[in-house]
Design a protein around this ligand. Structure first.
Ligand code: DGL
Length: 257
């Protein structure tokens, strides 16, 4: 396999971004790689996540990737800058919390950003906040433990509902810190968006960055003249660093959810 696009995440979460990419670019060949063996990334040190992300990207390029997508907010904040310096010629996209569209819609509202502890701690997020936060009241909230539900394929359960209710009680409609919008700043979270929405209240608008990232990848490929011709039938291959039968089946399930 060569001439493919690598899509990388700490686990199965980045499939929420891959879905959008395939919709937008059905003629491309995608290799989705989840590093579930080393997940979660969000509670590791920046150095650890940077090293893992660089290692994996190097191997995708060695195998013949024509472009790389980091479908993980945490890995993006730790490594995208250095990867761009290392490989200036490669179309390389990352993902960041969709704060911009949320603030555009609610310029003076209260916007909750749910992400991993590393994403909300990193300089990249603080720059994003300075750039797009405007007059909104932006509330970054690290959610350690949430991605694990998705990794287990537990997308709707009483245990998940209880976890989210405890985490989000004050932000829900009628709560003391009621919000207008919630940004899902981790690619695992869209898979539990229905439960998040149920807990926060249907009025709270949910934003995520998958579509924006897919669009950016398409733009970068077009600019570089690397897009496949329309007659090429695209494909998706899943790989994982801990490829149990259950996990590989979960990848397929999430892809069509
Ligand atoms: N899916 C990842 C993200 O978008 C992080 C999950 C984790 O490994 O902690 O940030």
């Amino acid at each position: 396999m060569d001439n493919f696009i690598s899509v990388f995440d700490s686990g199965v979460g980045g499939i929420s971004v891959l879905r959008e990419m395939v919709r937008l670019m059905p003629n491309e060949d995608f290799l989705y790689y989840g590093d579930s063996k080393n997940a979660p990334y969000g509670t590791k040190t920046t150095e650890e996540v940077r090293t893992l992300t660089i290692e994996h990207t190097k191997s995708f390029l060695k195998r013949g990737a024509k472009a790389c997508a980091i479908a993980c907010n945490t890995a993006t904040s730790a490594a995208v800058r250095v990867l761009r310096q290392m490989y200036p010629e490669v179309p390389l996209v990352g993902i960041e919390p969709a704060l911009k569209p949320a603030v555009e819609k609610y310029p003076t509202g209260r916007v909750l950003v749910l992400a991993t502890p590393m994403t909300v701690r990193e300089e990249k997020f603080h720059k994003l906040l300075n750039r797009f936060g405007g007059d909104a009241d932006v509330i970054p909230l690290g959610a350690p433990g949430l991605m694990e539900f998705v990794e287990r394929g537990e997308l709707d359960s009483q245990k998940l509902r209880k976890f989210l209710t405890e985490l989000l009680a004050v932000y829900r409609v009628g709560g003391s810190h009621q919000v207008d919008a919630a940004v899902l700043g981790c690619t695992h979270y869209p898979f539990v968006a229905d439960v998040i929405s149920e807990v926060l209240g249907e009025e709270v608008e949910i934003f995520d960055g998958s579509y924006g990232t897919a669009k950016e990848l398409k733009r970068r490929l077009d600019v570089a003249g690397l897009s496949n011709p329309p007659e090429h039938k695209g494909s998706v291959t899943f790989e994982n660093s801990a490829p149990t039968k259950e996990r590989m089946a979960l990848c397929e399930k999430l892809m069509t959810s």
